[in-house]
Design a protein around this ligand. Structure first.
Ligand code: GLC
Length: 746
């Protein structure tokens, strides 16, 4: 008998023994936590009426719950133990948006593996991660949890996380089930307000929002979670197009689908159903297997089956999806956790992995040359032998909690290394190394918090800057300003930070601005005031050490933006993979509001797609990031001018480091389908490779394209390719102009 048949036989055998109540019980996830088992929960688990708990992370209590489930209940079915392990457990990695900026899937896999090991050590066997929602609106707080604006990059990173969490086998010690969420289209919440309506044409849903879920499924993700949001009038937690037609019929997904927290009960709040019974009916028939924390299934599903409204076959399918996961996790053979089988949480190995991830997540956006004693050199890396004192300013320079970012239920700030601590350590080590030429480090907060509007500490910060040779400003957003339900209508720097930056800039000292944030910020007014700019996202436990590594040159920055940085909030949504429109803005068709003459004739101000009061381009584009090298691209070529439907072509280019320092460069390949069955984006990322280049090194980088790379969903909502002309670019960001062409033949 094949493994699949054997697995199905095990499920069928168990199912045949189960009562209706026991079947419904497997579909319920209930809240737990606090290291004890309340009497109601104890009884429910002992009677086989619970399939999963969420938020219990005390290993002894988890083992007690598993004992109740496997030794007290009639059929001994173990529990799924869920937890939001989003970017680390005790050891916190950069927020997923920061991890995406590394463009290093292997790093994401390692981070997920570390997180899985630390979570599994307390009995967690299911994480609600990776979030693979496309985030193109930084007003939405949850962009922090995703991998950015691009379907391809998000899919690569989401699949990498799945491989990390689930390992070679779900049954391995240290593996936990992953959960791709939130299915689907949640990132399109109108006005960037969480839980808000999403209206996404099916074609856009299939070409933009769904591919990362398919990539996670192709990587073997064990579960999916439905979104809170209303999708085109049908909430995702009761959306048969998503949960049956696409997920099961088209994609043949055999995993388990869980609702979001009370998202089934919320169907009535949406006004999609009249009551809990109808909500249970709609969710069950659409394809939600397990209900997270609300009790519509517990209260009504058995009756719906008895009354024939929900078939026993449908119920058995739902229960089978849950049992299959439990079998694959090996929980029937090994329901208990022995913490001694796992490395210590936040051990040196884990902290090093977090530090490496943080280093590669940092994006260098600006690095001006400044004169110092007749020598002109880039501000970064800071040359300690040319400094006698350094000012470190900003509340986020020394905040062990806020550098961790959102969704750190189990993160432990005691392990955090702050930027100030790491800078002090670097300067002290340097002083010791060169016989006493120590660099004095002076610190001032400048503002009490990133939201503070109190300028009382400005004077001290300015004084500290004035008596220093250079300034490192660490500002941005506290962790609480991003994440679930933490949306901002204005994504400029909160509080009076812009004023603080201007005050420090007025001292004339070289200023390095390090921004910690859970989203793309609109910082057009800030950039002219600083000589260097490092975007650090929320870099996690070892974020400070990573920032210091890059500031002093122990590591070269290699991050690239996974999201577009707008100039102002009003440009949002702004993303590189936009449509061409019939009247595109170009540099010579746009007119700035300040340049319009009084009583200008109606048609005198360009009729193309732009805003009068801001440039039509982003502040920094998707895929952009500098390094300590100087990277150039040349000689793009294709192996053939025509790609046949079943053939492939190689697209290659030279990448050259003309600088004096080694550098890591993310080489990116974009294509444009010039004419499509539906309008196609002006560019689409289709491949990337991170290469290490020594000073002066030239490398030929090759990518292979097939017709499948060019497939998309057309008007008929079927995945298709069509013959025609394609543009292809290779470069260091989405604005590269190194381009060639090819034709896909019929
Ligand atoms: C939350 C989130 C979801 C999370 C779940 C469990 O509301 O939307 O991402 O996994 O509830 O905490």
């Amino acid at each position: 008998m094949s493994d699949a048949n054997a697995e199905q036989a095990r499920i069928a055998a168990l199912l045949s023994q189960m009562t209706l109540e026991e079947k419904v019980g497997q579909l319920l996830q209930v809240p737990a936590g606090g290291g004890h088992v309340p009497e109601l929960l104890r009884r429910a688990v002992s009677e086989g009426r619970i399939g999963s708990v969420i938020n219990e992370v005390h290993v002894d209590t988890v083992n007690e719950l598993q004992w109740l489930a496997t030794r007290q209940s009639r059929l001994g079915i173990p529990l799924l133990v869920g937890r939001d392990v989003i970017h680390g457990f005790t050891t916190v990695f950069p927020i997923p948006l920061g991890q995406a900026a590394s463009w290093n899937p292997a790093l994401v896999t390692l981070g997920a593996r570390v997180a899985a090991r630390e979570a599994a050590a307390v009995g967690v066997n299911w994480t609600f991660s990776p979030m693979v929602d496309i985030g193109r609106d930084p007003r939405w707080g949850r962009v922090a949890e995703g991998y950015g604006e691009d379907p391809y990059l998000t899919g690569v990173m989401g699949a990498a996380a799945v491989r990390g969490y689930q390992g070679a086998s779900l049954a391995d010690v240290g593996s936990i089930a992953a959960c791709a969420k939130h299915f689907a289209g949640y990132g399109a919440s109108e006005s960037g307000r969480d839980y808000n309506t999403t209206n996404i044409p099916e074609n856009e849903l299939r070409n933009v929002h769904l591919p990362p879920f398919k990539a996670a499924i192709d990587a073997g993700v064990a579960t999916l979670m439905t979104s809170f949001s209303d999708l085109n009038g049908v909430p995702a937690s009761a959306n048969a197009l998503l949960l049956t037609q696409i997920l099961r019929d088209e994609w043949a997904f055999d995993g388990m689908v869980v609702s979001d927290w009370e998202s089934i009960r919320q169907l009535a709040v949406h006004g999609f159903t009249a009551n809990d019974r109808d909500s249970a009916f709609e969710a069950a028939t659409a394809g939600v297997d397990m209900e997270m924390t609300s009790t519509t299934y517990a209260d009504h599903l058995a009756a719906l089956v008895r009354d024939g409204h929900v078939s026993m076959q449908r119920l058995d399918t739902m229960v089978s999806n849950v049992l299959r996961l439990k079998f694959r996790l090996g929980l029937f053979e090994n329901p208990y956790t022995d913490a001694s089988h796992f490395p210590e949480a936040a051990c040196a190995e884990h902290l090093q992995a977090a530090r490496d991830a943080a280093v590669e997540s940092l994006v260098l956006l600006k690095n001006d040359h400044v004169a110092h004693e007749a020598v002109t050199a880039p501000v970064l890396p800071l040359a300690l032998d040319r400094l006698s004192s350094l000012a470190v300013i900003g509340p986020l320079a020394d905040d062990p909690h806020d550098q961790l970012g959102t969704w750190i239920f189990d993160g432990d700030a005691q392990y955090s290394v702050t930027t100030l601590q790491a800078i002090r350590a670097h300067c002290q080590a340097h002083g010791q190394a060169d016989g006493g030429h120590g660099v004095a480090v002076h610190y001032a907060r400048g503002v009490a918090t990133t939201r503070s509007r109190d300028r009382a500490e400005f004077a001290e910060a300015v004084a500290v800057a004035e008596r220093s040779d250079a300034v490192v400003l660490v500002l941005g957003e506290e962790a609480i300003l991003s994440g679930e339900a933490h949306c901002r209508a204005d994504v400029t720097l909160p509080g009076v930070q812009e004023e603080l930056i201007a005050a420090i800039a007025a001292t004339g000292k070289p200023v390095v601005l390090v921004l910690m944030a859970g989203r793309a910020l609109a910082i057009e007014r800030v950039v002219p005031h600083v000589q260097a700019l490092v975007y650090a996202w929320h870099p996690g436990t070892m974020g400070g050490a990573a920032i210091a590594d890059v500031l002093f040159g122990a590591a070269s920055p290699s991050g690239k933006l996974p999201v577009t940085l707008p100039r102002v909030t009003g440009q949002i949504p702004m993303y590189y993979g936009h449509k061409h429109t019939g009247k595109p803005a170009t540099h010579d068709t746009v007119v700035h509001i300040d340049d319009i003459e009084a009583r200008a004739p109606q048609l005198s101000v360009g009729n193309t797609s732009f805003h009068l009061d801001v440039a039509h381009t982003p502040l920094f584009p998707f895929g952009y990031g500098l390094s300590y090298g100087t990277i150039e691209y040349a000689n793009i070529t294709t192996s053939h001018s025509t790609l046949t439907p079943d053939g492939s072509i190689t697209v290659s280019a030279d990448v050259i480091n003309t600088g004096h320092r080694a550098a890591d460069e993310v080489v990116q390949l974009y294509v444009r389908d010039v004419v499509g069955n539906v309008t196609r984006p002006v560019r689409e990322l289709k491949a990337f490779e991170k290469v290490h280049l020594l000073p002066g090194e030239r490398r030929l980088v090759r990518f292979t394209l097939t017709a499948d790379h060019l497939a998309f969903y057309g008007r008929a909502m079927r995945r298709m390719t069509e013959p025609g002309q394609f543009h292809v670019w290779i470069g260091g960001s989405s604005t590269t102009d190194l381009r060639t062409e090819f034709v896909l033949s019929a």
